[in-house]
Each structure stands twice: as C-alpha cells, then as structure tokens.
Write a protein that binds this ligand. Structure first.
Ligand SMILES: Cc1cc2nc3c(=O)[nH]c(=O)nc-3n(C[C@H](O)[C@H](O)[C@H](O)COP(=O)(O)OP(=O)(O)OC[C@H]3O[C@@H](n4cnc5c(N)ncnc54)[C@H](O)[C@@H]3O)c2cc1C
Length: 445
C-alpha cells in the first residue's frame, strides 16, 4: 500500500510514525513545501532573539525518517489533487498516484481587516509561522535598526513573541482587541494578574484597543486605533490567530468549511483521503494546538490501515504560556457561562504571591482549570481531566482550605471565595460574630 502524506510537521510526522508502528510494509511518503523536516514552531520567537539556532528546533532529523523508512520530499509543494484518478501533482510537474492520501497541511496566520495590513506584510508588518518568517524578521530588525515594536494580539503567541522582541532590546507594546489578555484561556481575575506580570517585564499592554490602520509612509510609522489613539512603531507583528489551510482540498472538491471537514475516523469527504492537524474541522470545531494533532494522528493511522476501532471525539484544549518567569496553564472549560446546573468552581486566589488556581467541575467531573503562578496542580489536572474527582482531592491539589471561627463556628471556605484566607486584611472580622481573624483556624473536612 502506498500512503502519501502532504505536510511534514506535527500532524504529518505523527501520522507517519503511527502507521509505521502498526505496519512494517506500507510505503510511506511525506511532502513539504518547506525546506526542513519536522521542527517545532513553539521556539520560533527564540530564533528572532538569537537564543536558538535552526538546528535546535528540528525534532526529527533525516536519520529518523530513514530509520522508519519514511521517504521525505522537501521543497515539494502539492498544487492539485484529483480524488477520482487518485493522483496529485507536485509543483515541479511530477504526478503521483496514491492508495491513501493524508492532508496534514496545517494553518496560516489570520490577518484581521486592518487598513494597510495585508499590503504591508513583509515590509515592516510580519506574521510568524515558519523558520523563513523568523529569519526575515530578525534580518529586518537588524537592517532597519528597529527600536519600537507593536504586537497586535495579546494571545499566547502574541505574548511569547513580545517577550522575545523585548529581549532583542526593542520597546515593546502589546495591543489586544479584547478587554483582557488571553481572552480564550483566562477569566478576568487571572488575566489581570497576568497583565501585571507582563508589564513588570517592561512590556506595555493596551487592552480593548481596536486597531484601525497601519500607518506607513516609506517605512512603518505605527498604528491608529479606532478611538483615534496613535502608537508609534518601526516594526509591527500580527498575531491574531490562525486559519486552516483549505484551498488545496476545496479545489479538489473535498468538503471544507472553516477547515477540511472530517468524520470521527479522520476521513475527508472523498474516498481514501484523510486529514489531520490544524487543517481539520471536526464537529464544527478547529484546534490549532499540538495535542490535537497528536491525538488525531493516532486515530487517522489506524483508520488508514483499516482498523476502525477508535473514534475521534475532539481534544480538550490545553495551553501553557512559555515565558520564562511566568507559569500559566489553561485546560478545557475555564469560565462556564452559567454556574449552577451542575457546574461548580473551586479556587485559590492568592493575590499576595500572585497565584491563581481555579478548577471547574460539572457533575463532579473535572472539566477545566486555570493554573497561574504555581505548577503543582498541573499534573493532577492533566491526569484527571474529564474524570470524576472528589472535592477533597481538589482542595489538596490547589491547597485551598476551610477556616473555622473558634467563637461561633462560622466557616471561611477559601475555595469558594475570591480572596484566600491569608490575603484577608489583618483587621478583617468574622461576618457572623465579629471575632478577629486570629480566632480562625484551618480545619480538615
Ligand atoms: C510561534 C508558534 C508557537 C506555537 N506554540 C504552540 C504551543 O505552545 N503549543 C501548541 O500546542 N501549539 C503551538 N503552536 C501551534 C502548533 O505549532 C500547530 O498546532 C502545529 O504546528 C500544527 O501542526 P500541523 O502538522 O497540523 O500543521 P503545520 O505545522 O502548519 O504544518 C503543515 C505543513 O504542511 C505544509 N504544506 C501546506 N500546504 C502544502 C502543500 N500544498 N504542499 C506541500 N506542503 C504543504 C506547510 O508548509 C507546513 O510545513 C504554535 C505555533 C506557532 C506558529
């Protein structure tokens, strides 16, 4: 059987690896329009700040592919698929036949409708998706002696990039459309704590700031917000999410919507074509994170080999901010719209040490968490996500306690409060009998 995989990053390589693990005979080919085998995109900002070199990013070197008998085709852009003839075309004119075809073609940066944005890309306005982008940015900063940077987008990628741009010695400002940082990963309380830490690193943060226009003459001058405010910059980054790559599939008559539509076996709408990774849409959802690619690749591999035992059910979103000095992980549902109806929240908001740990339950099942400033509960959450957990286990994991008034027996359950007991002011009094704070002591329930 000849299996051809378009896309040589997380989705493509993990699919190839999982196929090889289950089948020693299949002939596997993997194609990329890029010039590198599988490398991690996570560390791209460090290429800009020269804290890493390209070789540090490569996850699987050529020897790995050779050892697993996976044929690599770099610099090979696929321009057309013919699902009826079961062939595809490489940019150099070569036509290839396949038994099974996997689309692992990823996603591209979203550019919001900002005047001048699209036409300025590469001329002082940049997005960051691949090694070539990172090298181009580094060269632009040096050549133009850039001093002031703006990052449009205060999501994970925007913040991680801002730290590395700051490390390059530029004045750095993050401009976020929403009224808080990481709007998709954090609630308001935690976003405020994060903002404080980011600003302490010397990065300016502007929230609720809607960019209207890129200001440019011969060179980039800055941005104009919808409220009339102007911020100066000589380099601008747009980090405003990603969009699945769908055009190759669409032109082949494969069903696409936001992404390439797949079923629970990762099958696309045309026979013997599968899709995995950032490019897919399953149950009206797209992902854009590595854990989803890895999970999908296991099911796709089995499905390609005719073993339809396991079904894909979607991946719980999980993200960790990778900025030295800030510990932040957000998993699953972190801010249920209506508390009640089975939803329950337990937290420990320790403002003195800028730590915030929030656990979200539904019908006693762990549905999500925000863990900021402390990593201790991360493994507990990863292990128990979507499983039943007891309140006692959670209290132990996040170190949230109940304190009892020795005078009247009133309880202060910090897991249900916005302030931890230690953070209460010294003149705080028991709301029931007026006793002072020192009349309370920790109890085990
Ligand atoms: C700066 C940055 C930081 C990130 N940090 C994190 C993180 O911390 N955690 C996390 O979970 N995720 C992170 N991500 C997202 C993560 O990198 C993606 O989810 C992952 O790379 C998706 O893998 P993929 O294989 O689906 O697609 P991609 O990585 O996009 O790879 C698809 C490949 O297919 C190639 N291709 C596309 N079309 C064709 C064609 N027609 N012919 C030939 N080749 C083609 C592309 O060139 C590309 O090499 C980050 C991404 C970036 C850019």
């Amino acid at each position: 059987m000849e299996i051809h995989i378009i896309g040589n990053n997380v989705g493509g390589t993990f699919t190839a690896q999982n196929i090889r693990k289950q089948n020693g005979d299949a002939e596997i080919h993997i194609y990329s329009e890029e010039n590198h085998n599988y490398y991690t995109r996570i560390k791209l900002p460090e290429i800009i700040s020269e804290q890493m070199i390209i070789d540090d990013l490569i996850v699987f070197k050529q020897e790995w592919y050779d050892h697993n008998r996976i044929n690599t085709h770099l610099n090979s852009k696929i321009t057309k698929i013919d699902p009826e003839a079961k062939t595809f075309l490489i940019e150099n004119g070569e036509q290839i036949s396949y038994d099974k075809l996997v689309l692992a073609i990823g996603s591209h940066p979203n550019i919001p409708p900002i005047t001048n944005a699209r036409e300025s890309v590469g001329k002082g306005v940049f997005t960051l998706r691949n090694i070539e982008d990172a090298l181009e940015i580094r060269q632009y900063i040096k050549k133009n002696h850039c001093e002031k940077a703006i990052i449009i987008g205060g999501g994970l990628l925007g913040l991680e990039l801002s730290k590395q741009i700051k490390n390059c010695g530029l004045d750095t400002r993050v401009v976020e459309f929403f009224p808080r940082l990481l709007p998709r990963q954090l609630d308001v309380d935690c976003a405020n704590m994060l903002e404080q830490e980011v600003e302490e690193m010397g990065i300016e943060v502007e929230l609720d700031a809607k960019t209207d226009k890129i200001l440019a003459n011969d060179t980039i001058e800055g941005i104009l917000l919808k409220n009339g405010v102007i911020y100066e910059a000589d380099i601008i980054f747009i980090q405003a999410g990603v969009k699945p790559n769908v055009s190759l599939a669409k032109e082949a008559g494969i069903d696409v919507n936001k992404g390439i539509v797949v079923n629970e076996y990762l099958e696309a709408s045309k026979k013997d074509i599968y899709a995995v990774g950032d490019c897919i849409e399953f149950n009206s959802q797209t992902w854009g994170i590595i854990p989803a690619c890895i999970e999908q690749s296991e099911i796709a591999a089995s499905s390609i080999l005719g073993k339809k035992e396991e079904k894909y059910k979607g991946t719980t979103p999980k993200t960790t901010l990778k900025i030295v000095g800030i510990d932040l992980t957000s998993v699953g549902v972190h801010d249920p719209e209506e508390v009640g109806g089975g939803w329950e929240i337990l937290k420990k908001a320790d403002r003195t040490s800028n730590c915030y740990q929030k656990i979200v339950l539904k019908d006693n099942k762990l549905k999500g968490a925000i863990l900021f400033g402390k990593k201790d509960a991360v493994s507990f959450v990863n292990k128990n996500i979507e499983s039943e957990v007891s309140i006692e286990e959670i209290r132990k994991a996040i170190e949230a306690y109940i304190y009892k008034c020795s005078n009247c027996g009133a309880k202060y359950d910090e897991a249900k409060k916005d302030i931890s007991f230690n953070d209460l002011p010294e003149d705080w009094q028991c709301p029931k009998c007026g006793s002072s704070k020192d009349k309370f002591s920790k109890i085990e329930e």
